[in-house]
Design a protein around this ligand. Sequence first.
Ligand SMILES: [Ca+2]
Length: 158
Amino acid sequence: MFKLHPVVSLALAAGLLLPLSANATPNFPAALQSELLLSQEPSCAVCHQGEPTSGTATTPLGSDLRAHGLMAYDEDSLLSAVQALRTEKTDGDGDGVSDVDELVAGTDPNLGAEASPLLPEPTYGCNASSEGLGLLALVGALLALVPSRRRARVPKQR
Ligand SMILES: [Ca+2]
């Protein structure tokens, strides 16, 4: 067994854990807020399903955005897709209010008018990017404590 420097252990742990804890694209809520002049970042749940919201955008809005070229982590593709939805006045839930207008109004564009409450404050998903850091630190600390064996030094032969 070889000894890893604690910093290396942390880096390895981060590399192992980050794909497992991948969330929605973290820059998208702020990009939507800026593009649509929203009072707050929209919840990740407008595009992602599940608890916590993560993975591929599969809500009706998320699917429409992907159909219009949305690519994860590509803010330009998000803004382009939003513009396309705005131009087409896409109404994923069929309630007569376009998806973009619903985002601006703070309602969920995936739900009809009767079941479309104001979006909750995001408490998880793409806005909770530091969520896994506690676990990451714990794993890194545990890896740093793994006993190691030093190589026996072999005296140079003369
Ligand atoms: Ca609608």
